[in-house]
Design a binder for this molecule. Structure first.
Ligand code: ADP
Ligand code: MG
Ligand code: MG
Length: 212
Protein backbone atom coordinates (compact mmCIF):
# COMPACT_ATOMS: atom_id res chain seq x y z
CA UNK A 1 0.00 0.00 0.00
CA UNK A 2 2.78 2.47 0.83
CA UNK A 3 4.48 2.18 -2.56
CA UNK A 4 1.19 2.94 -4.26
CA UNK A 5 0.56 5.83 -1.84
CA UNK A 6 3.97 7.27 -2.68
CA UNK A 7 3.31 6.95 -6.41
CA UNK A 8 -0.03 8.76 -6.09
CA UNK A 9 1.41 11.51 -3.89
CA UNK A 10 4.33 11.97 -6.29
CA UNK A 11 2.01 12.24 -9.27
CA UNK A 12 -0.38 14.69 -7.56
CA UNK A 13 2.41 17.01 -6.44
CA UNK A 14 4.06 16.91 -9.89
CA UNK A 15 0.80 17.64 -11.73
CA UNK A 16 -0.05 20.50 -9.35
CA UNK A 17 3.45 21.95 -9.54
CA UNK A 18 3.55 21.87 -13.35
CA UNK A 19 0.13 23.57 -13.55
CA UNK A 20 1.21 26.36 -11.17
CA UNK A 21 4.58 26.72 -12.92
CA UNK A 22 2.72 27.32 -16.21
CA UNK A 23 0.65 30.13 -14.59
CA UNK A 24 3.18 31.56 -12.14
CA UNK A 25 3.25 35.00 -13.84
CA UNK A 26 -0.54 35.26 -14.05
CA UNK A 27 -0.84 34.42 -10.33
CA UNK A 28 1.81 37.01 -9.46
CA UNK A 29 0.04 39.66 -11.54
CA UNK A 30 -3.31 38.93 -9.91
CA UNK A 31 -1.69 39.21 -6.47
CA UNK A 32 0.01 42.49 -7.40
CA UNK A 33 -3.34 44.21 -8.04
CA UNK A 34 -4.20 44.49 -4.34
CA UNK A 35 -1.61 42.23 -2.65
CA UNK A 36 2.20 41.92 -2.67
CA UNK A 37 2.62 40.04 -5.96
CA UNK A 38 4.19 36.89 -4.53
CA UNK A 39 1.35 34.40 -4.93
CA UNK A 40 2.74 32.61 -8.01
CA UNK A 41 6.26 32.31 -6.66
CA UNK A 42 5.00 31.36 -3.18
CA UNK A 43 2.79 28.59 -4.54
CA UNK A 44 5.62 27.28 -6.67
CA UNK A 45 8.02 27.28 -3.70
CA UNK A 46 5.45 25.43 -1.60
CA UNK A 47 4.72 22.84 -4.27
CA UNK A 48 8.44 22.26 -4.89
CA UNK A 49 8.92 21.75 -1.15
CA UNK A 50 5.96 19.34 -1.05
CA UNK A 51 7.30 17.41 -4.03
CA UNK A 52 10.78 17.18 -2.44
CA UNK A 53 9.24 15.95 0.82
CA UNK A 54 7.37 13.19 -1.01
CA UNK A 55 10.52 12.21 -2.96
CA UNK A 56 12.65 11.95 0.16
CA UNK A 57 10.07 10.31 2.47
CA UNK A 58 10.84 6.96 4.12
CA UNK A 59 10.05 3.98 1.91
CA UNK A 60 7.54 2.73 4.45
CA UNK A 61 5.65 6.01 4.74
CA UNK A 62 1.89 5.79 4.27
CA UNK A 63 -0.51 8.45 3.00
CA UNK A 64 -0.76 10.10 6.42
CA UNK A 65 3.02 10.51 6.78
CA UNK A 66 3.54 11.48 3.13
CA UNK A 67 0.90 14.20 3.14
CA UNK A 68 1.84 15.31 6.67
CA UNK A 69 5.47 15.79 5.58
CA UNK A 70 4.42 17.47 2.32
CA UNK A 71 2.10 19.89 4.14
CA UNK A 72 4.73 20.81 6.73
CA UNK A 73 7.35 21.38 4.03
CA UNK A 74 4.88 23.47 2.03
CA UNK A 75 4.06 25.87 4.87
CA UNK A 76 7.69 26.13 5.99
CA UNK A 77 9.17 26.90 2.60
CA UNK A 78 6.36 28.81 0.87
CA UNK A 79 5.85 31.46 3.53
CA UNK A 80 2.80 33.69 3.24
CA UNK A 81 -0.81 33.17 4.08
CA UNK A 82 -1.55 30.77 1.25
CA UNK A 83 1.47 28.62 2.21
CA UNK A 84 0.24 28.23 5.78
CA UNK A 85 -3.29 27.39 4.61
CA UNK A 86 -2.27 24.95 1.88
CA UNK A 87 0.22 23.29 4.23
CA UNK A 88 -2.49 22.81 6.86
CA UNK A 89 -4.95 21.55 4.23
CA UNK A 90 -2.56 18.97 2.78
CA UNK A 91 -1.61 17.66 6.22
CA UNK A 92 -5.33 17.43 7.09
CA UNK A 93 -6.01 15.43 3.91
CA UNK A 94 -3.41 12.95 5.14
CA UNK A 95 -4.85 12.79 8.66
CA UNK A 96 -8.35 12.20 7.32
CA UNK A 97 -7.34 9.56 4.77
CA UNK A 98 -5.02 7.75 7.19
CA UNK A 99 -3.30 4.62 5.99
CA UNK A 100 -5.97 2.18 4.82
CA UNK A 101 -5.10 -0.52 2.26
CA UNK A 102 -7.65 0.94 -0.05
CA UNK A 103 -9.69 4.11 -0.02
CA UNK A 104 -13.03 4.88 -1.57
CA UNK A 105 -14.49 7.96 -3.25
CA UNK A 106 -16.38 8.59 0.01
CA UNK A 107 -13.05 8.67 1.87
CA UNK A 108 -11.82 11.31 -0.57
CA UNK A 109 -15.02 13.35 -0.05
CA UNK A 110 -14.53 13.19 3.73
CA UNK A 111 -10.85 14.18 3.43
CA UNK A 112 -11.66 17.16 1.19
CA UNK A 113 -14.36 18.28 3.66
CA UNK A 114 -11.88 17.99 6.55
CA UNK A 115 -9.21 19.95 4.66
CA UNK A 116 -11.73 22.63 3.72
CA UNK A 117 -12.83 22.94 7.36
CA UNK A 118 -9.19 23.24 8.39
CA UNK A 119 -8.61 26.15 5.97
CA UNK A 120 -11.69 27.92 7.36
CA UNK A 121 -10.51 27.27 10.93
CA UNK A 122 -6.92 28.43 10.42
CA UNK A 123 -7.73 31.41 8.17
CA UNK A 124 -11.06 32.43 9.63
CA UNK A 125 -12.56 33.25 6.22
CA UNK A 126 -16.05 32.37 5.07
CA UNK A 127 -17.79 32.35 1.69
CA UNK A 128 -17.85 35.79 0.05
CA UNK A 129 -14.69 37.09 1.73
CA UNK A 130 -12.83 36.83 -1.59
CA UNK A 131 -10.34 34.13 -0.67
CA UNK A 132 -9.49 30.61 -1.78
CA UNK A 133 -12.52 29.49 0.27
CA UNK A 134 -14.73 30.77 -2.56
CA UNK A 135 -13.21 28.11 -4.84
CA UNK A 136 -12.71 25.38 -2.21
CA UNK A 137 -16.30 25.33 -0.89
CA UNK A 138 -17.96 24.82 -4.31
CA UNK A 139 -15.29 22.21 -5.14
CA UNK A 140 -16.07 20.33 -1.92
CA UNK A 141 -19.84 20.51 -2.44
CA UNK A 142 -19.76 19.43 -6.10
CA UNK A 143 -17.38 16.57 -5.29
CA UNK A 144 -19.71 15.30 -2.56
CA UNK A 145 -22.81 15.61 -4.76
CA UNK A 146 -21.29 13.77 -7.72
CA UNK A 147 -19.82 11.00 -5.56
CA UNK A 148 -23.21 10.65 -3.90
CA UNK A 149 -24.76 10.28 -7.38
CA UNK A 150 -22.47 7.29 -7.96
CA UNK A 151 -20.20 8.72 -10.67
CA UNK A 152 -16.62 7.50 -10.86
CA UNK A 153 -14.04 9.57 -9.00
CA UNK A 154 -12.38 11.02 -12.11
CA UNK A 155 -15.72 12.33 -13.43
CA UNK A 156 -16.52 13.72 -9.98
CA UNK A 157 -13.15 15.51 -9.93
CA UNK A 158 -13.89 17.12 -13.30
CA UNK A 159 -17.28 18.37 -12.07
CA UNK A 160 -15.72 19.63 -8.83
CA UNK A 161 -12.91 21.44 -10.70
CA UNK A 162 -15.51 23.16 -12.89
CA UNK A 163 -17.38 24.28 -9.77
CA UNK A 164 -14.09 25.61 -8.35
CA UNK A 165 -13.48 27.60 -11.52
CA UNK A 166 -16.99 29.10 -11.47
CA UNK A 167 -16.46 30.00 -7.79
CA UNK A 168 -13.05 31.54 -8.46
CA UNK A 169 -14.37 33.57 -11.41
CA UNK A 170 -17.20 34.89 -9.23
CA UNK A 171 -14.65 36.40 -6.81
CA UNK A 172 -13.90 39.06 -9.44
CA UNK A 173 -17.07 40.87 -8.36
CA UNK A 174 -16.16 40.70 -4.65
CA UNK A 175 -14.17 42.93 -2.33
CA UNK A 176 -11.59 41.18 -0.11
CA UNK A 177 -12.60 41.23 3.53
CA UNK A 178 -9.47 39.48 4.86
CA UNK A 179 -5.77 39.15 4.19
CA UNK A 180 -3.17 41.39 2.65
CA UNK A 181 -5.47 42.51 -0.18
CA UNK A 182 -7.92 44.19 2.19
CA UNK A 183 -6.39 47.69 2.41
CA UNK A 184 -6.54 47.97 -1.40
CA UNK A 185 -9.85 46.11 -1.63
CA UNK A 186 -11.47 48.49 -4.11
CA UNK A 187 -8.64 48.02 -6.56
CA UNK A 188 -9.20 44.28 -6.72
CA UNK A 189 -12.82 44.57 -7.90
CA UNK A 190 -13.02 43.24 -11.45
CA UNK A 191 -10.16 40.78 -10.86
CA UNK A 192 -10.42 37.28 -9.39
CA UNK A 193 -8.76 36.40 -6.09
CA UNK A 194 -5.26 34.93 -6.62
CA UNK A 195 -5.71 32.11 -4.09
CA UNK A 196 -9.08 31.07 -5.53
CA UNK A 197 -7.53 31.14 -9.00
CA UNK A 198 -4.55 28.93 -8.07
CA UNK A 199 -6.95 26.53 -6.36
CA UNK A 200 -9.02 25.98 -9.51
CA UNK A 201 -5.87 25.74 -11.65
CA UNK A 202 -4.60 22.91 -9.41
CA UNK A 203 -8.01 21.21 -9.21
CA UNK A 204 -8.40 21.38 -12.98
CA UNK A 205 -4.94 19.91 -13.62
CA UNK A 206 -5.52 17.03 -11.18
CA UNK A 207 -8.97 16.32 -12.65
CA UNK A 208 -7.66 16.29 -16.22
CA UNK A 209 -4.82 14.01 -15.17
CA UNK A 210 -7.30 11.65 -13.46
CA UNK A 211 -9.42 11.43 -16.60
CA UNK A 212 -6.27 10.62 -18.58
P1 ADP B 1 0.32 36.61 1.19
O1 ADP B 1 -1.00 37.34 1.15
O2 ADP B 1 0.79 36.31 2.57
O3 ADP B 1 1.35 37.26 0.31
P2 ADP B 1 -0.26 34.75 -0.95
O4 ADP B 1 -0.10 35.92 -1.86
O5 ADP B 1 0.51 33.54 -1.33
O6 ADP B 1 0.04 35.14 0.55
O7 ADP B 1 -1.78 34.28 -0.93
C1 ADP B 1 -2.83 35.21 -1.02
C2 ADP B 1 -4.12 34.41 -1.05
O8 ADP B 1 -4.33 33.78 0.20
C3 ADP B 1 -5.35 35.26 -1.26
O9 ADP B 1 -5.58 35.49 -2.64
C4 ADP B 1 -6.45 34.43 -0.63
O10 ADP B 1 -6.99 33.48 -1.53
C5 ADP B 1 -5.72 33.64 0.43
N1 ADP B 1 -6.02 34.15 1.77
C6 ADP B 1 -5.54 35.25 2.38
N2 ADP B 1 -6.04 35.35 3.63
C7 ADP B 1 -6.87 34.29 3.80
C8 ADP B 1 -7.70 33.80 4.87
N3 ADP B 1 -7.75 34.45 6.05
N4 ADP B 1 -8.41 32.66 4.68
C9 ADP B 1 -8.36 32.01 3.51
N5 ADP B 1 -7.59 32.40 2.46
C10 ADP B 1 -6.87 33.52 2.62
MG1 MG C 1 0.88 37.66 -1.74
MG1 MG D 1 3.36 37.67 0.71
Amino acid sequence: ASRRAAAIARRLTRVARDAVAAQVDLLGELDSIAGDGDHGIGMLRGLNAAADAVETADVGAGVRELLGGAGDAWSERAGGTSGALWGAAVAELGRSLGNPDHFTAEDVVAAVAAASARVAEVGGAGPGDKTMIDAIAPFRDALAAHVQAGEDLAACMVAAATAARVGADATAAMKPRLGRARPLAERSVGHPDPGATSFWIIADAIARDAVG
